[in-house]
Each structure stands twice: as C-alpha cells, then as structure tokens.
Design a protein around this ligand. Structure first.
Ligand SMILES: *[C@@H]1O[C@H](CO)[C@@H](O)[C@H](O)[C@H]1NC(C)=O
Ligand SMILES: *[C@@H]1O[C@H](CO)[C@@H](O)[C@H](O)[C@H]1NC(C)=O
Ligand SMILES: *[C@@H]1O[C@H](CO)[C@@H](O)[C@H](O)[C@H]1NC(C)=O
Ligand SMILES: *[C@@H]1O[C@H](CO)[C@@H](O)[C@H](O)[C@H]1NC(C)=O
Ligand SMILES: *[C@@H]1O[C@H](CO)[C@@H](O)[C@H](O)[C@H]1NC(C)=O
Length: 474
C-alpha cells in the first residue's frame, strides 16, 4: 500500500512536470530528449530556431535546452531571455547578431554553449568565469582575433572547445587553464607558429585540430606533456619539414596533408603512430632510408605528391602493422622488393601502374597490381639511377648550399659513388658553403654485377656581388 502510494506520487509529479513545461512558447517547438552529452533523459527542449525572432519569448519556464539559432538576437536579448532559467543546461544561439561577449551572467547550470556563426569580436574578461559546469563551448566562425590570458580561467570542467574559423594568430597563455580539455579545434585561423610548452598543462587532451592555418614553424617542445593525444591534424598549413616536435608524441593518427614537405629524412617519423599517417598533397620528392624507425601504422597515405620519385628500400624495417599504402598520383617508377618484404601484412597498394618501369623495381609489386606492360619482370637487373632527383645543371649563388641525392634501383642492390671536384662520401652530394672552386661536373655512378648507370650534374657557382666588389676596389 505504501509502495503504491509512492508510485502514485511519482506519476502525479510527472504529469505535473509535463503540464508545467508545456505548452510550448509561440513560434517554437518542444520535445523531451534522451540523454546526450549536455542533457539527461527526459529533459525538456525548446527549439525556437529559424524564427526571425528578436523579441521576448514567453513561457520558456523550466526548459533544459534552448535553441535560438538563426534569429536576430543580440547578446543583451539572449541574456535577458535566459536570466531566470536556472535549469538551463544547453544554450544554442548560432547565426544571430551577437558581436561582443559582455554583460550579465549566463546561468551557472549551463553544460553546453554555442555562439558559433555570429560576429563576435571580443570577449570581456571574466565573461565565462562562473561557468564551472560548462563542458562544451563552441564559438567557431566569429571574428575573434585576440584571447586574453585568463579568458577561460573559470571553465574548470571544459572538455570540448571549438574556436575554428576565427582570426586567432596566437596560441599562448589563454590555453593554459583548460586542464580538463579533451578536444581542441583551432582550424581555419591565422596561426603561424606554435611555441615551446604551449600545451604543457593539457595532459588529457586527445584531439587537436590545427588544420587550415598558416603554420610554418612548430618549436621542438611545443607538444610537451601531451600524453593522451591521439589525433593531431596539421593539414593545409605551410610546413616544409616534418616537425621535430612530433617526436614527443604517441599518436593514433597524424594528418600532415597539404603542406609543403619535400623530403622525408632519416628519423623523421621515429615516433609511434598506430593507425594512420596522411602525407597526401605535399611536395614530396624523396622518402629516404630509415625515415620510419619502427612503423606501427596500418595506413600510409602518400597520395597526390606529383613529384614523388623515390622511396628508399630501407625507408622502414619490420612494418608488420602496415596493411594499406596509397601512392596514387605520384611519379614513382619503382617500388623495390625489400620495402614490400618489410611489410608482410600489406594488403592494398594504390598506384597508377602506367608509370612503373618494367624492371627489378616491380617484381613484388606485380602481386598487387594488374600491370599488362610488365608480365615477366626480370629477376636480376642492372642499376637504374632515379634521374628525376638529379638536375643536369644547377646554378647556385656563392656561399649557398647544395644537397643532391643519388639513388638507384637494381638487383643486387647497386653501390653508389660520386666523382667530382671534391671527394664525396656516401650517396648524397652535400656542400654547405659554395665557393668558386666547387664549380664543375659531378658524376654519380651506380654499379652492380650486371652493369652500371651514371648521371652527371654540372654545378655553376654564380658570383652575385662581383660587380659591387669591382666598384669598391676602384
Ligand atoms: C530513447 O530511449 C529509449 C529507451 O532507451 C528508446 O526506446 C527510444 O527509442 C529512444 N528515443 C530516441 C528518440 O532516441
Ligand atoms: C584534418 O582537417 C581537414 C581540414 O579541416 C579535414 O578535411 C580532414 O578530414 C582532417 N583529418 C582527419 C584525419 O581528421
Ligand atoms: C618485428 O616485429 C614483430 C612484432 O612487432 C616482432 O615480434 C619481431 O621480433 C620483429 N622483428 C624484427 C626483426 O625486428
Ligand atoms: C587482373 O587481370 C586479369 C586479366 O585481365 C583478371 O582476370 C584479374 O581478375 C585481374 N585481377 C585483379 C586483382 O584485378
Ligand atoms: C661517369 O663516370 C663513369 C665511371 O667512371 C663513366 O663510365 C661515365 O662515362 C661517366 N659519366 C659521365 C656522364 O661523365
């Protein structure tokens, strides 16, 4: 009997709750929702979006979520509307006329807040300070240029922050207080540099999106302490080298697509990536030996590097996790057996097969691709130098530097030697400070038991200041 009474009371409360929240404000629609990040099951959601509204809305009552998107509200009006909504967990006011975050307080009960697609230029100091329950903040697609140091200081539970599509150029002190953050979206801003220690207090951060900025330098300790980071997106930036700073990370996925990286050097990827490495759409020409000390990735995407002509046979060793390798849109003429043998679980290679030379560089590859022009690739063959890496003639200013890579395919693997004005050790012709005496021909020869191939580069040292010097002597 007692139990029944309690149930009746609950039932009564439910009915009461419904009648309290409904009917819905005019011009809006209302519903109850299942639990989400911002809301619990049974929460009351008022949707006033797309209403051409700019006036007071009556009867918002105890709503837990309020959507004001695509109206004509200014911040003052929004604050007025939500002033007494003490149970408001989610407020969405995208596509309105909000231009400054200033003024009275938002309800402290807020967990999720979006002001994206407004015209916000500045945020008053302390505006967010009391929002200690806020977990998700989206102020993307506004006109924010500068964020003051302590701007997010009260957001002690913030897990998701989206600042994409603003005019931010400086990632510095404002970020330090966000110690609970898991996801940081900073794409489509004006960031050029990431300084040392930028993320040092963000131990829990799992995803950083820095795509579509103008990044050209990342300092070597920029990613210190990012122990939880899984996904780093650096695509569509201006990086010319694989950043050294990455060596501090253990990632699942790294997106470096659409940068200006030309060469992947030895040790560049000597850190762990377990899922996917994307280097699509760079300016790659060469991927050198031991670029990947231990390759753990399953997917390598090197597609759309239209100048990529060579991947060293020792680029990786023991790449047991690798299953997919994308080379579409490259200029590769060979992919040596040794490289593919070091990736025993490789299942898919994507390559434009009409560019391959029918020589020893395709033996193993034939298992993967249907190439009609190369049914009986030779099992042994004489060396072939990758001539695209070596210009015939190179004009360099006095005092400039030169680095040339002589690489060849062949079976057995050819020995490579340079002959020229100076003794050169190894496969690279490297001169740091060019003097007049360096001018001349340099001949690279690749030899194995079946024959040899050679290529010659003429280096011309140009004395830019010659005229000036003569005048000063006079
Ligand atoms: C809400 O949750 C209930 C029970 O978990 C489920 O039956 C129902 O389909 C869900 N409704 C929606 C709209 O997701
Ligand atoms: C990285 O960002 C770009 C541009 O915003 C996007 O297209 C791409 O899918 C992202 N990469 C990953 C791995 O999420
Ligand atoms: C290659 O990797 C596998 C699995 O990671 C390991 O068991 C094996 O010892 C490695 N072999 C060599 C030659 O490093
Ligand atoms: C390769 O080509 C042959 C003959 O054209 C065809 O029978 C076969 O299915 C093709 N294999 C693949 C993997 O496309
Ligand atoms: C380069 O050197 C090799 C070996 O000395 C020689 O056979 C070859 O003719 C030279 N090539 C050129 C282009 O000078």
């Amino acid at each position: 009997m007692k139990l029944l009474k309690r149930n009746l009371k609950n039932l009564f409360f439910l009915i009461f709750h419904f009648t309290l929240s409904l009917p819905c404000p005019e011009m809006c629609s209302c519903k109850l929702v299942n639990s989400t990040t911002c809301l619990e099951s049974g929460n009351f959601v008022v949707d006033c979006s797309d209403g051409e509204l700019s006036d007071q809305i009556k009867g918002l009552g105890d709503a837990n979520a309020l959507d004001l998107s695509r109206n004509h509200f200014e911040l003052r009006q929004v604050l007025e509307l939500v002033r007494e909504m003490n149970n408001l967990n989610k407020l969405t006011a995208r596509w309105n006329h909000i231009h400054t975050l200033d003024g009275a307080y938002l309800p402290v009960s807020l967990r999720c807040l979006s002001f994206s697609n407004n015209i916000i230029e500045s945020i008053r100091k302390g505006f967010f300070n009391h929002l200690k329950n806020l977990q998700s903040l989206d102020i993307s697609r506004n006109r924010i240029e500068i964020l003051n140091d302590d701007i997010f200081i009260g957001l002690i539970d913030l897990k998701y922050l989206d600042l994409s599509g603003n005019l931010i150029f400086d990632v510095s002190n404002w970020i330090g207080s966000l110690t609970e953050l898991r996801t940081l979206v900073l794409s489509r801003n004006d960031i050029t540099v990431i300084e040392d220690y930028t993320f040092q207090h963000l131990h829990l951060l799992e995803k950083i999106d820095l795509s579509l900025n103008r990044l050209n330098h990342i300092h070597s300790k920029a990613f210190l302490n990012l122990h939880s980071l899984k996904l780093l997106n650096l695509s569509h930036n201006h990086l010319e080298r694989v950043p050294y700073a990455l060596k501090l990370l253990k990632l699942e996925s790294l997106d470096l697509s659409h940068n200006s990286i030309r060469i992947v050097h030895e040790d560049d990827f000597c850190f762990s990536i377990t899922n996917e490495l994307i280097l699509k759409g760079n300016k790659l020409i060469l991927i050198d030996s031991q670029s990947f000390c231990q390759l753990h990735a399953q997917i390598l995407d090197f597609s759309h590097n239209s100048q990529l002509v060579y991947i060293d046979r020792n680029a990786w060793i023991n790449a047991t996790s690798l299953t997919t390798f994308n080379l579409i849109g490259s200029k590769l003429t060979a992919l040596e057996d040794n490289l593919l043998n070091s990736a025993p679980n490789l299942k898919e290679i994507y390559i434009d097969n009409d560019i391959l030379n029918c020589d020893c560089g395709v033996n193993k590859l034939i298992n993967f691709i249907n190439t009609t022009n190369c049914i009986d690739a030779p099992s042994t063959c004489k060396p072939r130098i990758i001539s695209h890496l070596l210009p015939n003639r190179l004009v360099v200013d006095l005092g400039g530097s030169v680095k040339l890579f002589c690489r060849a395919v062949g079976d057995p693997h050819p020995n490579i030697a340079w002959n020229g004005k100076l003794p050169i050790i190894g496969r690279n012709l490297e001169i740091d400070f060019l003097e007049k005496k360096h001018q001349g021909n340099y001949n690279c020869t690749a030899k194995n038991v079946y024959g040899q191939d050679s290529a010659t580069v003429t280096i011309i040292v140009r004395n830019l200041h010659a005229k000036v010097k003569i005048i000063s002597i006079l």
